[in-house]
Design a protein around this ligand. Structure first.
Ligand code: GCW
Length: 687
């Protein structure tokens, strides 16, 4: 080896060892402490509060800019959690009408410092968040398990509470506040009645005490049958006075323990949960009864529209059918919480027609941050582009409103606007079980704050704060993140395919799955409808008529196979295998090319990440590399499974210029993933 090369190797080794070992626990809050030189103070007339103390402490510890920082609460400052930052010759001021707004301003300053976007002298910026409630929904159970959680167990240690307060609660509150999240539902929508027992409520109150100074209000999911299951009443009919009294008393008990309690999230008459329909009442009757109990205390009801019956001919139509007749019948402290798509957090869905349809009801979007249907905590899929596609979608309500605009309006005197995301957080060291999946938590908060932010800007901010600002890292990895959703859709369910997952755990492919006696709408064939004529679900006017739930011109656009966006083709149409698509290739050939492209790009992600070794500490680099390698293998597994299976119906060959399948269909069909006992350590046991 020549001398130059030796020197270079030595230099490279030094650089590598300089990257400190990291476990990902600091998330995007990896600021270096300053040397104690920051001059941070409260402005004239601004008294201390616990929230302002946090703002002062954060800046005193981490601000490295010139001059002093003055934090001020002024009645004429921006309200609704907003703030103004101004840079003057002698420093920076942060002004808001509330302490909480000042705290968000403080975190904005630190974010600017970390991402190199400082204000110049004389410049000022004002930000007002897009939504009033920026909410994380935990699907955490009292026994410590997390439904669809892939990052370990629940962060809430119910068995230790209220005596022991894990330091993680405050770290969690701080991370949320740093991105503007101000509302948290602690428990699963499949709620246990015991959640409302006096014992549990004392634990809830202890958590709420930690979250409060960070500006976060606590909410609970409730089981609609609680008056019966917990209260011992004969039923839970919302029209029964004793049921109403039970809830009013329970709500009063909660507010004694948690004075700023936010309200209830309810999954009713869905997937076996009790609800008002059990007593011949409507969703509005149920929601309003709870809303009346909460109203005197300032609480709200988040009532989910995720409903579907096994008997329905098209699950995609059902939420609309059940909720549209109730439009305008909900109290103004009820928000109907609607999943982004009409079915269920699929890799790619058109937006739910309810966003455009319900004009007289406060509606909020619900997104899934946890990757139930997108490779869980193994695959890297940056979700901001998926959420943006929904938020930016034009509904054509009243001549023109995007989903974001339709859900940001406040319709009644007590109405609040809201957006929710199902959390991907667990007790894993790095919180999300995959250090790049932290980006989805981050992106969710940032988009609730400002739905106008571009996905690329969010990725950029995240990478600079969480890894390094070195462009040799940020540029390629940002590009990887921005491609990742489309890539995952391509190797899992391109062209509008949906719900062809393995039964139950939803990790791998199982388009052939057929569990005898199971609900038909839980089986892939219900959705893909493959036969020798073609593939896809006919939701046009000749089919299930789901297209008619959209305003014109969308219903015509989606309903006509020639104008339907090709990304939704098989969502809305049963398409002949030989149908020629816009690029001149048949449906079958397009499926083959798209699956293959997705699988090849996933392989490219692993290669790209391998090359990022100089910029990332060894721990996070190695852990992510294993995941990227597994993702690449899974992508080929998906591609082979779906092409081999659908080929039986298409009766066509995979184009000769594409690689032959690496797997055999029979082997894939025999494979069973024991997901309950599956950990990242078992990744090599997959096909
Ligand atoms: O996506 C499905 C999940 C269920 C979940 C349900 C819901 C909490 O598979 O695990 O239950 O949606 O959103 O209620």
């Amino acid at each position: 080896m020549d001398a130059m090369r030796c020197l270079f190797m030595l230099w490279a080794l030094c650089c590598l060892s300089l990257l400190r070992a990291e476990d990902g626990s600091r998330l995007w809050l990896r600021m270096e402490r300053n040397a104690g030189e920051a001059d941070v103070r409260l402005g004239h007339g601004t008294g201390r509060t616990p929230t302002l103390d946090i703002a002062v402490r954060e800046l005193a510890d981490y601000w490295r800019g010139d001059g002093r920082v003055v934090l001020q609460v002024l009645p004429e400052g921006p309200d609704r959690d907003g703030f103004t930052l101004s840079r003057r010759s002698d420093g920076v001021s942060v002004v808001s009408a509330s302490p909480q707004g000042v705290l968000y301003g403080a975190y904005a300053l630190l974010r600017m410092q970390q991402t190199g976007t400082d204000l110049h002298e004389g410049q000022s910026v004002t930000e007002i968040p897009s939504y009033d409630l920026r909410m994380l929904d935990h699907w955490d159970n009292p026994d410590g398990t997390v439904e669809r959680g892939y990052a370990g167990r629940s962060i809430w240690r119910w068995d230790e509470l209220p005596e022991q307060i894990s330091p993680r609660y405050e770290a969690y509150a701080r991370a949320n506040a740093s991105i503007g999240i101000n509302a948290v539902v602690l428990n699963n929508v499949n709620a246990k009645p015991a959640m409302l027992s006096p014992d549990m409520l004392r634990k809830v109150s202890a958590i709420a005490d930690v979250l409060r100074p960070y500006g976060i209000r606590t909410f609970l999911s409730v089981n609609f049958g609680s008056p019966k299951a917990l209260g011992g009443l004969p039923g839970a009919d919302p029209m029964e006075p004793e049921v109403q009294e039970w809830w009013a008393a329970k709500v009063a008990e909660i507010y004694r323990l948690v004075p700023d309690f936010g309200g209830f999230l309810v999954k009713a008459n869905s997937e076996g949960q009790p609800g008002p329909q059990d007593y011949g009442r409507t969703h509005a009757d149920g929601a309003n009864m709870l809303a009346d109990a909460l109203a005197p205390h300032g609480g709200v009801v988040l009532w989910r529209a995720f409903v579907y019956a096994a008997s329905s001919p098209d699950r995609a139509c059902q939420a609309y059918e059940e909720f549209m007749p109730l439009d305008g019948k909900f109290r103004d402290n009820v928000i109907v919480q609607v999943k982004n798509g009409p079915i269920d957090f699929q890799p790619r869905e058109p937006f739910s027609p309810l966003f455009g349809a319900m004009k007289s009801t406060q509606v909020m979007p619900e997104f899934q941050i946890t990757q139930e249907y997108l490779g869980q905590s193994i695959h890297t899929v940056f979700l901001a582009p998926q959420w943006k596609a929904c938020l930016d979608a034009e509904t054509y309500q009243d001549g023109g409103l995007t989903v974001a605009e339709a859900t940001q309006r406040r319709l009644g005197r007590r109405s609040v606007s809201a957006m929710a995301g199902v959390s991907n957080i667990g007790d894993a060291e790095d919180w999300t079980g995959n250090s790049l999946a932290q980006a989805n938590w981050y992106a969710f908060g940032r988009l609730c704050w400002d739905t106008g932010l571009e996905a690329s800007r969010i990725a950029d901010e995240f990478l600079k704060q969480t890894f390094t600002a070195d462009e040799r890292f940020v540029l390629p990895v940002r590009q990887l993140m921005l491609r990742s959703w489309d890539v995952a859709v391509s190797y899992m369910m391109p062209l509008g395919l949906h719900h062809i997952f393995a039964f139950g755990h939803h990790y791998g492919p199982e388009p052939w799955c057929d569990v005898p006696g199971s609900r038909p709408d839980w089986m892939p064939a219900y959705y893909h409808r493959a036969d020798t004529a073609g593939l896809g679900f006919d939701r046009s006017a000749r089919g299930s008529k789901a297209v008619m739930q959209y305003h014109e011109p969308l219903s015509t656009l989606y309903g006509d196979i020639r104008t339907c966006p090709e990304e939704y083709l098989l969502w809305f149409h049963h398409v002949p295998w030989g149908y020629v698509m816009r690029n001149g290739l048949t449906l079958w050939d397009n499926l083959c090319y798209t699956y293959t492209r997705g699988a090849e790009e996933a392989r490219g992600f692993a290669d790209l990440w391998r090359g990022m070794r100089p910029y990332v500490d060894a721990e996070r680099h190695a852990d992510m590399l294993r995941r990227f390698e597994r993702q690449a293998k899974d992508a080929w597994w998906w591609r082979d499974a779906c092409l081999l299976y659908f080929r039986q119906y298409a009766r066509r060959d995979i184009p000769a210029d594409l690689p032959s399948p690496e797997h055999r269909l029979d082997d894939l069909k025999r494979f069973r993933l024991d997901i309950d006992n599956y950990t990242a350590a078992d990744m090599d046991k997959l096909p």
